[in-house]
Design a protein around this ligand. Structure first.
Ligand SMILES: CC(=O)[C@@H](O)[C@H](O)COP(=O)(O)O
Length: 256
């Protein structure tokens, strides 16, 4: 698999893990290792930046993955910008997964708040990766604002419904030049493979692994699915046909 380049940095894995929902840190650490991920996202409010042992931050340090703080829980652009600045101070990283949630029930992104928040953070020197809707126009606005990637939801966070609108995802892929990372809604490995086959550059998922009956095994499945989807997307699939096409040619067939 080719390296994944985002924000000017190179990653060997195209799978990003969210850390919410794990039963405990030991389970999470084993899942991170099994997934082969090189980047995990963490809600700032879940981390104690001062704590030096037994915390989520220690898992991040021990596994050697990049920490991508997120602005989970924010409802307005102003809140998200403030939290991003706190994260930069606390963790010494200017990378931020920008989340501005529009609605408690669906947890879908608020596109109206998202664009000015992204513009502000880019101007402030952040590498911004926004969680967005599967709307190609909004994605283009975010890319034009200088975001390093766009992260469309497949379906609502934690729903496990997979990719609700594959056509929109294809349109979105064509609408932007920055990496597209499917974020949210993945339920099982085939959803992750499909995202890659539709042209996504990477997949971010949390619940499907952290709340699986066997998180370590599901993390392995997700690693393989992302790799398989990427390879298939770049292997030139056969065209779909209405009728059959014999796989063995007729010539040389004995007269019976
Ligand atoms: C936007 C957001 O919070 C997602 O990153 C979420 O953590 C992952 O969604 P799933 O839990 O559905 O994979």
């Amino acid at each position: 698999m080719d390296d994944f380049v985002v924000g000017g940095e190179r990653f060997g894995s195209r799978l990003i893990l969210g850390t919410g929902g794990a039963a405990n840190l030991d389970v999470l650490e084993r899942a991170i290792k099994a997934s082969g991920t090189e980047m995990v996202t963490v809600a700032l409010r879940r981390i104690n930046a001062q704590k030096t042992s037994d915390g989520l931050l220690d898992v991040v340090v021990r596994t050697g993955v990049r920490l991508l703080p997120n602005t989970a829980g924010c409802r307005t652009a102003a809140e998200a910008v403030k939290l991003a600045h706190l994260a930069r101070e606390a963790f010494g990283t200017a990378w931020i997964k920008l989340e501005v949630i529009g609605d408690e029930r669906t947890l879908l992104p608020d596109g109206v708040e998202l664009v000015p928040a992204a513009e502000r953070l880019v101007a402030d020197g952040f590498t911004v990766l926004p969680y967005t809707n599967d709307d190609p126009i909004l994605a283009r606005r975010l890319a034009d604002a200088g975001c390093a990637a766009v992260m469309p939801a497949g379906s609502p966070i934690g729903s496990g419904l997979g990719i609700g609108n594959p056509h929109h995802l294809r349109l979105l892929r064509q609408a932007v030049d920055v990496p597209v990372i499917l974020d949210a809604g993945v339920g099982t490995a085939s959803d992750a493979a499909l995202a890659m086959e539709l042209g996504c550059d990477a997949v971010l998922l949390a619940t499907a692994v952290t709340r699986a009956a066997d998180p370590e095994r599901m993390a392995t499945a997700m690693r393989l699915a992302v790799e398989a989807g990427f390879l298939a997307a770049h292997a030139g699939r056969i065209p779909r046909r209405f009728h059959a096409l014999a796989s063995t040619p007729d010539e040389g067939r004995p007269d019976l």
